[in-house]
Design a protein around this ligand. Sequence first.
Ligand code: NAD
Ligand code: UFG
Length: 357
Amino acid sequence: MKNNNISSSLISHPSSLIIVTGGAGYIGSHTLIELDKAGFDFLVLDNLSNSSQEAIKRVEKIINKKIPFVKGDIRDKELLREIFKENRIDSVIHFAGLKAVGESVQKPLVYYENNVCGTNNLLEVMKEFGVKKFVFSSSATVYGEPDKMPVTEDMQTGVGITNSYGRSKYMIEEILKDLFISDNSWKIAILRYFNPVGAHESGMMGEDPEGIPNNLMPFITQVAVGKLPKLRVFGGDYPTHDGTGVRDYIHVMDLANAHVKALEYINNNDLNEPLIVNLGTGQGYSVLDMVKAFERASGVKIPYEIVDRRPGDIAKIYANPNKAKELLGWEAKRGIDEMCESAWNWQSRNPRGYKGE
Ligand code: NAD
Ligand code: UFG
C-alpha cells in the first residue's frame, strides 16, 4: 500500500459512504454534524493544509461517533483509487480547496493546481468508479461585480473576477457543466456560498484561520480576545448606507444544513443540468453593522479605524435565496445576532482556536 495514512479500521466500511473532502476545515467540519444528524455515513479526506485534526475530534465528541479520516490529498490519484476500491462510495461533497483571496493573486499556479487540477483529478477517479453524485463549494465571487442586486443564479458569471481564487471557482463550475453535457447521468450541485460566519452552538468548533485572518468575522473576534489591537475597516466611501462594504453573512450551521438538502435533492430528483443555488440570507449588512452586532452580542467594544479600500473588493453583494427555498426547501434560519453570539462563544472559549492553551 503506497499510502499508509489510511487506518485499517477505515477499510471496507460496510455501508455506503459520502466522501467529504476538506471535512476538517471550517465549513466541512460543521457540515459533518448536519450529515450525521440526517443519518448519512461519511469518510473525511483532508490534507490538513489549512486545518487541524482536532476539529474532527471535536465533531466526534459532539456526534458521539468515530469518524473515518484519511489524511491525504485530492491530487493523489492512487490514494483516491484506494479509497474508492476499499469502500462503497455513494457521493462526494467537495470542500477541499485553498481559499485565501490575496494569496491567490501572489500564487496563481498553486491555486489553479490545487483547486482546478485537484477537482479534475477527483472527478476523473469518480468517473472511473462510476460514482456520479457531486456537491461543490462554489462562491458568490463567480458573479464578479454584479450590476443588479440581489443576485440570482441566472446572472452572468466569470466576468470581473479580480483574483485567481475566484477564477478557480468559476473554472470548476464550467468543468462541471461540461461534464454534465458529456454524460447526463451525473448529478451535480453547485452551491454558491455568500459569507459564512459563526460557529456550532456548543462553542467547541468554529473558524480557526492560520495567522492573521483575511476575513471580517474572525478578525473581529480576534480583536475582541485581544490577539489583535484593532479592526481596519477597508473603505468608508462605498455607495452603501454607511460607506462600508455590504455582504450577505450566513450562519455556518444554516450553510451546513443546505448541503444535506442539496444531497437529498440530487439523490431524489432527475436533473437536466447541474443544480446551481445561492446560499445566503438575502440580507446585506455593512462592516459597521457587523461591528455593532458583535459588540451587542459579546459586550466587548471593538476599536476600529477606517482605512483605504482593499484592492479587488466590491461595494455590495447579497443573494436572492429564493431558488434554494423553492427547490431544496431550505432557507437560513439564524440571524446576525446568532451569528455573532456563536462566533464569540467559540472564540472566547478557544482564544487560540484548535491549538489549545
Ligand atoms: P477551510 O480552509 O477551512 O477548509 C478547506 C479544507 O480543505 C481544509 O481543511 C484544507 O486542509 C483542505 N484542503 C485544501 N486543499 C486540499 C487538497 N489538495 N487535498 C485535501 N484537502 C485539502 O475553508 P472553508 O472556509 O471551510 O471552505 C470550504 C470550501 O468552501 C472551500 O472550497 C472554499 O473555497 C469554499 N468557500 C468558502 C467561503 C468562505 O468564506 N469560507 C466562501 C465561499 C466558498
Ligand atoms: N473587511 C474589513 N476589514 C477586514 C476584513 C474585511 O473591512 O479586516 C471588509 C471587506 O472589505 C468586506 C467585508 O469586510 O467589505 C467582508 O470581507 P471578507 O474578507 O470577510 O469577505 P469577502 O466578501 O471579501 O470574501 C468572501 C470570501 C471569499 C469569497 C467571497 C465571495 O472570503 O472566499 O466572499 O463574495 F470569494
